[in-house]
Design a protein. Structure first.
Length: 55
């Protein structure tokens, strides 16, 4: 039971980080800041790939 809660907490943390990075990507696009957009796209890609890499 505790292990399931730990997995749930981990995935909720990943989901929150992914949503925040997508928000930062949106802000970078609004400001036409290509470097920041590229950085946050990379961060979002790594976060999205973590569950597959850690499986």
């Amino acid at each position: 039971m505790i292990i399931n809660l730990e997995y749930l907490a981990f995935f909720m943390l990943l989901l929150t980080a992914l949503l925040l990075s997508i928000k930062e990507m949106s802000i970078a696009l609004d400001e036409v800041d290509v470097e920041r957009f590229t950085l946050w796209t990379g961060v979002a890609s790594v976060i999205a790939g973590l569950p597959i890499m850690l499986w």
